[in-house]
Design a protein around this ligand. Structure first.
Ligand code: 6R9
Length: 647
């Protein structure tokens, strides 16, 4: 098969090379990754075997008995040769507030932070919660944890006190690192105050021993004696040298909480050896990095999501590249901010999400056209399927039809990209994440029978057939859940939870989640989490939350709420319910529609017919399908009228 279209590279040999190399990489994954582990990472002690265990028992291990340290591979390794190269290029909320931190400077500060953490009692194997704004220190604290063998649990700074408390309780984390305030789009976020609220909750009582506070805005904040520590002065007083803890390849590097189809977020766990190798290799391949580290690479995600972990912090630094970190929003001070940064910093590789592209596209081409974007070589996208219209705008207006668009499909659990086009090698198709990465053996399964669908032009669910180094090893404290969610649905396969189609050229098109997880502006939100926040409000007796197509966010959140007897619907109640969700989860989970109702469409066996609710919220009430099994079909028209009135 030779794909020919206008997005194909000039020569087919690169594509043939990819195809041959991919075939080899999945014919013997141990040989492939074993060699990469030796050439790409520095080990304190070699491994005995490349891979053990499998999906069936959920006991996958990579590079068994090998010893290494991720921070060493990110920093120490580059001092000779790249010590004076910029490691972190940071731009703050104000465009004039920039910092370039070299590899040497970064290593010194990370050592100081490591020593400060150790001096306060943080030990190998401890969990450190990080709730910080996008200041360079967030990466440094992550690296310091890796250096001393503690593992981090970063919580996105948009999460609420309730959400923080849940995560601290679940991880038993004794240590919290935060900042006085965050700064985004000219607005201040009271991060320490939110941490205080979280730490005061019952769930956290007796759990947190110390809270380390960096100064971002230097606002005076509440400091509780014995618990809260002003971190900048403590860090500055430390020696800038700290040895690296030799870690077992299978030791924990970090956990990251993510939404699933039940109410409780899962602590997805990643390991030192496998994750580091996978982050390094996918970073290098998907963004066609220059070996000499001379790229200026910008991922404008937040460090609090997996994209920030793998492709702001670990991936770029493992490759000795300059990683750009951005504190502000694409709209501040105006919607030209991204393109202004590309021009000023001569960014070569730019990585963002479809939701950001769509929201900028609305303003037209004038803003990007004002700037010199000729430094750009590769444009990455992640988080949700990109609609072809947004893809074309990105390719034509931002990339001037001269850059590869890398559509990278992956998830928190996969550690790094699993399906993505190699820039310049794999022909692109707007809207398709194209073909699997090296070492990734993807299949399409029939959702009903679990059988592999052979050949092209098939649709089903995506699955991965062989372990890869970057895959999550467990959910912290709940291995059974790990098995149930990823390993048991299709025994012998890893199941990511997404539907997909394989087209006539063998290209993969992700069709979205097949479980009860919403994807709102690239943020994963479990419908069950939103529902539990709603029913916790005394006015709501039952809630059904579903996603509906949203022009900018990809998916919007619609909440059908049955009110408690005697409670009247009103605008102020709807507002209150929105606030309840913001308080329980965070502002990014704010519902778009609250639909109070006397009853929900239930089947006679008592199940809510979500399919019907989805169609109504999407404005497709003419395509409801068979509703004859509904206990009371009249509720449908009532809901249709309500949604129409709201939209
Ligand atoms: C990295 C990240 C994972 C879910 C995933 C899928 C969706 C991510 C995508 C994509 C289509 C892409 N997703 N990238 N869908 N094309 N390029 O987003 O991780 O927050 O765990 O979300 O996002 O549905 O399963 P995470």
């Amino acid at each position: 098969m030779v794909l020919q279209d206008k997005y194909a590279p000039n020569t087919n040999s690169a594509f043939e090379h990819y195809q041959a190399e991919h075939r080899l990489s999945i014919a013997d994954t141990s040989a492939y990754w074993g060699e990469k582990a030796v050439t790409e990472l520095d080990w304190f002690q070699g491994f005995d075997s490349v891979q053990q265990g499998g999906f069936l028992h959920g006991d996958v291990a990579w590079f068994v008995n090998g010893k290494l340290n991720t921070c060493y591979n990110c920093l120490d390794r580059w001092i000779e040769g790249r010590g004076d190269q910029t490691a972190i290029l940071w731009e703050g909320d104000e465009p004039t507030d920039t910092k370039a931190i070299t590899y040497r400077e970064c290593l010194r500060k990370v050592c100081q932070i490591s020593n400060a953490l150790k001096a306060q009692g943080v030990k190998k194997g401890d969990c450190v919660t990080i709730y910080m704004p996008m200041m360079p220190e967030v990466s440094m604290v992550m690296l310091a944890c890796a250096r001393i063998g503690a593992y981090h649990s970063v919580i996105f700074a948009g999460f609420s006190a309730d959400a923080i408390a849940d995560r601290i309780e679940a991880s038993g984390s004794k240590w919290v690192v935060t900042a006085d305030e965050g700064l985004r789009g000219g607005k201040k976020l009271p991060l320490k105050a939110i941490c205080d609220q979280a730490m005061a909750k019952d769930a956290c009582r007796g759990v947190v021993e110390k809270c380390f506070v960096f100064a971002r805005t230097s606002k005076t904040v509440n400091m509780e004696t014995g618990r809260d520590v002003e971190f900048d002065s403590l860090v500055a007083a430390q020696r800038p040298y700290c040895p690296c803890e030799p870690m077992d390849s299978e030791d924990t590097l970090f956990i990251l909480y993510t939404s699933g189809s039940t109410g409780k977020p899962k602590g997805v766990l990643h390991t030192v050896g496998g994750y580091s190798l996978y982050a390094k290799v996918t970073m290098k391949n998907s963004f066609d990095l220059k070996e000499d580290g001379s790229d200026v690479y910008a991922c404008v995600a937040d460090a609090g999501w997996i994209t920030g972990h793998t492709y702001i912090v670990y991936g770029p630094l493992l490759n000795g590249t300059t990683t750009f970190m951005f504190e502000s929003t694409p709209m501040y001070p105006d919607h030209g901010r991204y393109w202004d940064m590309v021009e000023r910093h001569k960014i070569n590789i730019f990585y963002t999400a479809p939701t950001a592209i769509r929201s900028l596209m609305r303003f037209g081409d004038d803003a990007p056209n004002k700037y010199d974007l000729s430094s750009l070589r590769i444009l990455g996208t992640v988080g949700e399927p990109i609609n072809p219209e947004a893809w074309r705008w990105y390719y034509e207006v931002i990339g001037r039809s001269n850059c590869a668009v890398a559509d990278t499909y992956w998830q928190t659990e996969t550690g790094g990209h699993v399906i993505a086009n190699l820039p310049g090698a794999v022909p692109m198709k707007p809207g398709s994440c194209t073909l699997p990465c090296y070492g990734i053996d993807t299949v399409v399964l029939d959702p009903a029978t679990g059988k592999e669908l052979e050949g092209n032009c098939v649709e089903g669910v995506l699955a991965i057939k062989q372990p890869w180094p970057g895959m999550t090893r467990t959910c912290l404290g709940d291995h059974e859940r790990y098995l149930t969610v990823y390993m048991k649905p299709y025994p012998g396969y890893y199941f990511p939870g997404d539907g997909c189609r394989r087209d006539e050229d063998g290209y993969i098109w992700i069709t979205g989640r097949v479980d009860d997880v919403l994807n709102v502006s690239g943020h994963r939100i479990g419908t069950a989490e939103v529902e539990s926040a709603l029913v916790a409000h005394p006015a709501v007796s039952q809630a059904a939350v579903i996603g509906f197509p949203h022009e900018i966010k990809g998916e919007g959140i619609a909440c059908y709420c049955t009110l408690t007897v005697g409670v009247e619907e009103s605008d102020s109640l709807s507002k209150e319910l929105k606030t309840a969700v913001r308080t329980a989860i965070g502002p990014f989970a704010t519902p778009d529609l609250i639909i109070p109702t006397a009853s929900l469409p239930m089947t006679r066996s008592g199940k809510i017919m979500r399919r019907v609710l989805r169609k109504i919220a999407a404005g497709e009430s003419d395509q409801l399908g068979d509703v004859s099994t509904l206990a009371d079909p009249t509720v449908v028209q009532v809901l249709i009228d309500k949604v129409e009135a709201l939209q």
